[in-house]
Write a protein that binds this ligand. Structure first.
Ligand code: ATP
Ligand code: MG
Length: 161
């Protein structure tokens, strides 16, 4: 279905802001994107599930009080969402593997945090099914950024603005 990605991202982030407030955690979610509508043809439920997992990871793997920065960038063929945290980071040699089923960087630590190690594998499957791509950049002890690109063609209406 045709969805305003901007509105969907805001909706997901509003919910996280409420969860953070209710849990008395102190994460800060920053939104660095234009409020212009970006219409994309996506499966809303699956996309929300992907964003939920990446945002949950951003909190799970970073200390309380960290800033999570969310961006939305348009190029002429794609729209790219990114979510950056100020957490533990991921060792370079594991960057590709975090999207594998059941792969977890630190088995003991991850087990203590709960979850199954499937979140990113499922996310990748969903994004590929949308004709998009998902990848990560990271620096240990500094933080990680997860990127999602989706095919996007500006509609004629947008071009007339
Ligand atoms: P699940 O999502 O199934 O509850 P999970 O969070 O462990 O469990 P994934 O979301 O697939 O599984 O992530 C896989 C692994 O990648 C994590 O266990 C963690 O080691 C690493 N990882 C994911 N996101 C981050 C992040 N933002 N910072 C540091 N490490 C991360
Ligand atoms: Mg996860």
């Amino acid at each position: 279905e045709l969805v305003n990605l901007n509105e969907m991202f805001n909706y997901v982030l509003d919910r996280f802001d409420m969860v953070i407030k209710d849990s008395e955690k102190n994460y800060v979610i920053k939104r660095e994107f234009t409020q212009r509508a970006i219409w994309v043809d996506i499966d809303t439920d699956r996309m929300i599930q992907v964003l939920d997992n990446i945002l949950n990871n951003a909190m799970k793997y970073s200390p309380d009080g960290g800033t999570i920065t969310c961006r939305l960038l348009e190029t002429h063929k794609n729209v790219v969402l990114s979510i950056s945290d100020e957490g533990l980071g991921i060792p370079k040699q594991n960057l590709g593997r975090v999207f594998d089923r059941f792969f977890r960087v630190d088995k003991a630590r991850s087990r203590a945090m709960g979850g199954s190690g499937l979140g990113l594998a499922i996310s990748k499957e969903s994004i590929l099914a949308h004709g998009g791509n998902i990848w990560a950049e990271s620096e240990e002890n500094k933080g990680s950024t997860f990127f999602i690109s989706l095919p996007y063609e500006p509609y004629e209406e947008d071009l007339w603005e």
